[in-house]
Design a protein around this ligand. Structure first.
Ligand code: PEP
Ligand code: MN
Length: 350
C-alpha cells in the first residue's frame, strides 16, 4: 500500500500519516519526491484498511502496490534515486556516471596505493578492494580483513576516493560499516536475507550484486529487504549470470538495465570484470554499459595482474583504465550523462 500525499502537504501532515500507520501496527516509509511525498507501508500481510487513511489531512490518494517489491518500485518513487557522498562531488545514480575501480583484493599497502593513485590520476571517484573475499576454494586467498579496511581508509584520507568493499557475513558487515563508504553485498550473498536485513539497519549505501541465477524480481526483492529496514540507499550491480556460454566467465546481462529502469528508481552499475572474466572484454562492455543507460561501472584494475592473488585475468592495467575513462566521457553525452573527472571535497561549512 502506498499513501500519496498532496503536492503541498505539510511536514506535520506527513508525520501525522506516519504516526497513524504505526498505530495500525505497520511501518511507514516516507519517500520524498520532486513533486510530492509518497509513504510506503510495509509489515502488512493483507490489505490495509484504506478508509481512514484516505480521510487524513494532506492525503491525495491511497494506492495498492501490486508488485512484490514495493519500496524499490517506481510506483512508490517516480524519479531516479541519486546517492550523494557528503562533503564531495561524488554521486551514484542520476546524470553523472559513477566509476568504481580497484583490485579484486587488497594484497598489501603498496599494491593498493599504487593502483589507487593511478585511479585517482585518471579521474576515478570510487576505490574498490576486497578485504573479505568470497572464494570458491577454502585454500584460495581469503583477504587481509581488518588490515585491508585500514589500508582503504588511508587511501580515502590521502586521495579522497570513496571506498566500496564487500561484507561477507554479520561480523565483517559491522567492520565494513565502520570503515567504508559503500557496503557491497556479493552475488553469493544476494539472498542472504539476514545479512540484507542487517545492512538495512545501517545508514550507509549498500551495493547489491546480482546473484548468478537471480531473476529481475529476485534481484529487486534483495534490494527490498534492505529498504524494508529503512535504508533506502541501495545500488544494484549486474555482474553476469551463468549460462551455457563458455567464451566468458559469465554472461553479462546488459538487457537487465532498461528492464530494471522501467520498474525501479534505484541506481544500476555494471561490472564487466566479473561479467566477462576477460581483460580484453572489459573496455568494450564498459562502453556498452554506459551506452545502454547504466549509471556507472565497477571494474577491477591491477598494476601486476599476472601475479594478482585473485582475478588477475580479468583485471585491466591502469593505462587501460585511463583509456576507459576517456572513452566513457565521450559516450556519456550521447545518453544525456556526463563523466565527472576526479573527486573534489566541498569547501568546509562556515
Ligand atoms: C567482487 O566484486 O570482488 C566479487 C566477489 O563480486 P561477485 O560477488 O559479483 O562475484
Ligand atoms: Mn574479483
Amino acid at each position: 500500500m502506498l499513501v500519496v500525499m498532496k503536492a503541498h502537504a505539510t511536514e506535520e501532515q506527513i508525520q501525522a500519516v506516519c504516526a497513524h500507520i504505526e498505530l495500525l501496527g505497520f511501518r511507514p516509509h516516507p519517500l520524498p519526491g520532486a513533486e510530492r511525498t509518497a509513504i510506503g507501508i510495509t509489515g502488512n500481510h493483507g490489505e490495509v484498511d484504506r478508509g481512514n487513511l484516505e480521510s487524513l489531512p494532506g492525503v491525495a490518494e491511497v494506492i495498492r502496490v501490486t508488485k512484490a517489491y514495493k519500496l524499490a518500485s517506481r510506483d512508490v518513487k517516480e524519479e531516479d534515486t541519486v546517492i550523494r557522498f557528503a562533503g564531495t562531488n561524488a554521486t551514484i545514480g542520476g546524470g553523472e556516471i559513477a566509476v568504481v575501480a580497484g583490485p579484486c583484493s587488497i594484497e598489501s599497502r603498496e599494491q593498493a596505493f599504487a593502483i589507487a593513485e593511478e585511479i585517482a590520476a585518471a579521474g576515478g571517484q570510487f576505490f574498490r578492494g576486497g578485504a573479505y573475499k568470497p572464494r570458491t576454494s577454502p585454500y584460495a586467498f581469503q583477504g587481509l580483513g581488518l588490515d585491508a579496511l585500514k589500508i582503504m581508509a588511508e587511501i580515502r584520507e590521502k586521495l579522497g576516493l570513496r571506498i566500496v568493499t564487500e561484507a561477507l557475513d554479520s561480523a565483517s558487515l559491522e567492520l565494513v560499516a565502520e570503515w567504508a563508504d559503500v557496503i557491497q553485498i556479493g552475488a553469493r550473498n544476494m539472498q542472504n536475507f539476514s545479512l540484507l536485513k542487517q545492512a538495512g539497519r545501517l545508514r550507509q549505501p549498500v551495493l547489491i550484486k546480482r546473484g548468478m541465477s537471480a531473476t529481475l524480481e529476485e534481484f529487486l526483492m534483495a534490494a527490498e529487504y534492505v529498504m524494508s529496514e529503512g535504508n533506502y540507499q541501495v545500488i544494484l550491480c549486474e555482474r553476469g549470470v551463468r549460462t551455457f556460454a563458455d567464451h566468458a566467465r559469465n554472461t553479462l546481462d546488459l538487457s537487465i538495465v532498461p528492464a530494471l529502469q522501467h520498474v525501479s528508481h534505484l541506481p544500476i552499475l555494471i561490472d564487466p570484470s566479473h561479467g566477462t572474466g576477460r581483460r580484453d572484454s572489459v573496455l568494450p562492455m564498459a562502453r556498452a554499459a554506459v551506452a545502454c543507460g547504466a549509471h556507472g561501472v565497477m571494474v577491477e584494475v591491477h598494476n601486476h595482474p599476472e601475479t594478482a592473488l585473485s582475478d588477475g585475468p580479468q583485471s585491466i592495467y591502469p593505462a587501460q583504465f585511463a583509456s576507459m575513462m576517456d572513452e566513457l566521457e565521450q559516450i556519456a553525452p550521447v545518453v544525456g550523462r556526463r563523466v565527472p573527472r576526479g573527486i573534489r571535497m566541498a569547501a568546509a561549512a562556515q
